[in-house]
Write a new protein. Structure first.
Lengths: 312, 558
């Protein structure tokens, strides 16, 4: 990065080229490292998101290191001598450089945006506005080729502070979300009180749940395991405790789970908030400040668990 | 505390008690803003210490969950509305009139009123800790329906006081913005055309224009929320046919540009200080000036990037991703201009320069994570996680607060007449730089791993990075001690400052330190060249040598 055209100095050109080469190498390496900063990839969206992030990490690392190199060079080599209060050579600007450093970032960010838009299209987690409405979820095909209709439609009910999952076809309800691996799923997200966020980090997907709307949301799990579903839109006192587990099963296990669950009687599902609230009420002096009372635990066939070790 | 004897013969002795009462002098109001802002900064910082103490371990064990939610809400609210906006308005008050050669602000009494609203809404906010039920707990965004749940059902609740305070803050800022914009446009010294104006004034003009455009949306949105909360209207209430997402549009239409209101003047500070301590003109002055207004234009059409997971349509997601990405271009122009200014300069690593360099590198980091957040698929994963918390703390603390510290150290001699201590200043810088990075860098891996923001407890796999972040936060808490020591002791008995201790170019450096009440009074110099003429040998104003000679004579006889 040389702001002024100085007479071509061959050793300097070689040194700068080598340095830029080294920075490119480091940036590529950091870009590859970035895959390890995420939880395991458990949905079709995850590799797309991680790939895009890796690409931006590599570019970002290069930009950061280049700026840092210039700053380090200036601090090390262009320091005023002690007691030298004189001015430096006045360089007021350079129109050619201004054009270059306007054009290059422009092209770069537009390239990133176009790449991201393509990823967006292939994700297709949320269709156009018509898909956010109060209609039956099974009418929707958002994000899927015609031959891959979602096999399952699951209703997700968010409350202060619990998650309830209903499987209308099987007549099952649960506070632990079970999904078949490699099968597209459609969720119908509804909230009974405030905003919540449906966020499964291993799937790299998130959608706010908005009271007064039903939002259809599609995804395809790709890895068997147990993952966390976290509330991601602040929902009040027990927001942090509003977590559920997502269990991705093989096809057979999933069908077996559904079949077994259908025979179980309704019972109280998981609500950590209700348990904590009851403890709180038993204390002689209520600690802290005012809170909304948690909704009663949903009545479900399978409470499941949110205390087992999870993959992500 | 002593006051320096005035250098103007016709100047009455000024008592320090003028800082305690109603004053219409912009330089008094400026210091009132800054001192009051730092008072609230200590309160907001104390809340941050409790927050990081709670997050040192996974369970919610230090404070009750309701208390945690109140604390993080008040931390954000105090830091934004009672620290950063007031401290920047303080700098505006000190710098704008002196930099453009005006005797005062255009509307001095409006200025006084705008300032005195700050302690009023500050008192309301702090008082909300003591009302039944505790303070607001719905985050500084105050998204409905959580913010209108009102568990106790009282008319006077933490949330209603919060909304009143935010509305008053909006009124105060609008009053300030009218004043700053008018002063800059109407009261410049003879010869100071817009393209001879210091970049700080350009950025202040840009930022305050944003306030004028954006604040009515937020203030109106907040008043509607107050009505929903207190008198049962249904603007945002879904069961009454309202739409909670509508509030998010009102809120972010202002609150995203608010980030530019904060960062633009800090860009102005960088643009003022890099030339002084590199002894070189600002590289590409005109482009840097214009870039501020391109940021204003783009900044008004990016707000939906805060709402990508809120259920907005795909075309909106894509459109706002493109506009947000474009912000990188004018911002890049500025960053490269600063690097161009540093290049082949004669760098002096003074305290203000160190804060500028640290702020710049932190800002570059924040800019890169900003691009990532603009990218819809990445944002979907990391929005509302600690990745965002890390990003904006890099912007606000890593860049903006560092830039504000740089400005305070740089202009301290001008407005107090005393020199700050370099040793304490450098210690303050080192602690701040290490503390900020240790505090905010670990938040990025946490966010990528999926730790939501605003949680009072978390899963054990997040413990490692949280411990590091908490240690960084405690270090930041310590870092404020040398700063306060420096400010108090050097103001009380630091070495006397000359009119231009940094050998800087600018109208404010052609005034005595501290400047008299009316600045240049009727002897406003005529500006004959662009600012930052380091190394060019061109004088900034007519009869510059004569003005400087008189100042030196006054200083010698004082």
């Amino acid at each position: 990065m040389t702001p002024t055209p100085i007479s071509i100095n061959r050793p300097a050109v070689i040194a700068v080229s080598l340095w830029v080469g080294l920075l490119i190498g480091i940036s590529r390496w950091v870009g590859l490292q970035s895959y390890h900063w995420f939880p395991v990839q458990a949905s079709t969206a995850a590799p797309l998101v991680d790939g895009l992030f890796s690409f931006e990490t590599a570019i970002g690392t290069f930009v950061f290191l280049a700026v840092a190199s210039v700053m380090a060079w200036v601090i090390l080599r262009h320091r005023a001598e002690k007691y030298d209060a004189s001015d430096a050579e006045p360089i007021e600007g350079n129109t050619k450089l201004e054009i270059i450093w306007t054009a290059i970032p422009f092209v770069l960010v537009m390239a990133i945006a176009v790449y991201a838009m393509k990823v967006n299209t292939s994700l297709g987690v949320l269709g156009p506005m018509e898909h956010i409405h109060l209609a039956d979820a099974r009418e929707q095909q958002g994000g899927y080729a015609g031959d891959r209709l979602p096999a399952e439609s699951i209703e997700v009910v968010a409350r202060q502070w619990s998650w309830e999952f209903r499987y209308p076809e099987a007549g099952v309800s649960s506070t632990e979300l079970h999904l078949p691996v490699d099968q597209p799923v459609t969720f119908r997200l509804v909230s009974e009180d405030v905003l919540h966020g449906f966020f499964i980090p291993a799937f790299r997907l998130k959608q706010d749940v908005i009271p007064g709307r039903a939002i259809n949301f599609n995804l395809t799990p790709t890895r068997v395991g147990r993952y966390r579903l976290r509330d991601s839109q602040f929902s009040g006192t027990w927001f942090a405790a509003n977590q559920a587990d997502v269990v991705v099963d093989s096809q057979e296990d999933y069908q077996a789970w559904l079949k077994q669950a259908a025979h179980l009687p309704l019972q109280a599902g998981i609500s950590d908030a209700v348990a904590e609230y009851q403890q709180r009420q038993q204390q002689t002096r209520t600690p802290g400040w005012a809170t909304v009372k948690p909704a009663p635990p949903p009545q479900v066939n399978v409470p499941g668990s949110n205390a087992l070790p999870h993959d992500a | 505390m002593t006051t320096t004897p005035s250098l103007h013969e016709d100047q009455p002795q000024l008592s320090w008690t003028r800082y305690l009462g109603f004053s219409t002098d912009a330089k008094v109001i400026g210091i009132q803003y800054i001192v009051l802002a730092f008072f609230f900064f200590l309160i907001g910082g104390f809340l941050a210490m409790i927050i990081r103490g709670e997050l040192l371990t996974p369970p919610a064990d230090l404070v009750d969950r309701t208390v945690y939610n109140g604390l993080y809400t008040m931390h954000g609210t105090i830091m934004l509305f009672l620290f950063i906006f007031p401290v920047l308005n303080g700098l505006n008050n000190l710098l704008i009139p002196t930099m453009i050669g005006a005797p005062d602000m255009a509307f001095p009494r409006l200025n006084t009123a705008a300032f005195w609203l700050v302690p009023v809404f500050g008192f309301l906010l702090i008082a909300s800790f003591f009302v039944p039920g505790g303070p607001a707990y719905s985050g500084w965004w105050s998204y409905p329906p959580v913010s209108i749940q009102n568990p106790l059902g009282h008319l006077i609740s933490g949330q209603s006081l919060w909304l009143l305070a935010v509305a008053l803050s909006g009124v105060s800022s609008i009053m300030g913005a009218i004043n700053f914009v008018t002063t800059i446009l109407r009261m410049r010294a003879p010869g100071m055309s817009l393209f001879r104006m210091p970049v700080f004034c350009w950025t202040a003009l840009a930022a305050q224009s944003l306030q004028l455009i954006g604040l009515p949306a937020l203030t109106g949105g907040a008043v509607m929320l107050l009505f929903d909360l207190t008198v049962g209207t249904s603007f945002y209430r879904p069961e009454g046919g309202g739409d909670p997402v509508l509030y998010q549009h009102f809120f972010w239409f202002y609150s995203h540009p608010a980030v530019y209101v904060i960062i633009l003047p800090v860009f102005g500070v960088f643009s003022e200080l890099f030339p002084v301590y590199s002894r070189k003109p600002l590289f590409g002055y005109v482009y840097v000036c214009l870039a501020s207004f391109i940021i204003v234009g783009l900044g008004l059409i990016v707000w939906v990037h805060h709402m990508f997971p809120s259920g907005v349509t795909m075309w909106m997601r894509n459109l706002f991703m493109f506009t947000t990405m474009l912000i990188a271009v004018p911002t890049g122009v500025k960053v490269f201009a600063w690097l161009g200014t540093l290049w082949r300069g004669k760098i002096q690593l003074t305290t203000p320069m160190l804060f500028c360099l640290g702020g710049l590198i932190n800002f570059v980091f924040a800019g890169i994570t900003g691009i990532m957040l603009a990218t819809v698929p990445i944002d979907i994963h990391v929005s509302n996680t600690y990745f965002v918390v890390g990003h904006f703390h890099y912007v606000i603390y890593g860049a903006a607060v560092m830039g504000i510290f740089a400005a305070i150290y740089h202009w301290f001699p001008k407005f107090t007449g005393r020199m700050p201590y370099e040793g304490l200043g450098k210690l303050h810088f080192v602690l701040t730089f290490i503390g900020a990075n240790l505090n905010f860098l670990p938040m990025h891996p946490l966010g990528l791993m999926g730790m939501p923001r605003r949680v009072s407890s978390y899963d054990p796999e997040f413990a490692f990075w949280n411990v590091l972040a908490s240690l960084g936060a405690f270090l930041l808490g310590v870092s404020i001690i040398p700063f306060l020591l420096n400010m108090i002791s050097s103001w009380a008995r630091g070495p006397k400052a000359t009119h231009n201790p940094w050998n800087a170019i600018g109208l404010e450096w052609l005034l005595p330190s501290p400047p008299p009440v009316e600045n240049f009074e009727e002897h406003v110099p005529t500006v004959i060249s662009r600012p930052y003429g380091y190394g060019t040998g061109l004088p900034l104003v007519e009869h510059q040598a004569e003005i400087e000679r008189q100042l030196i004579l006054q200083e010698a006889s004082a």
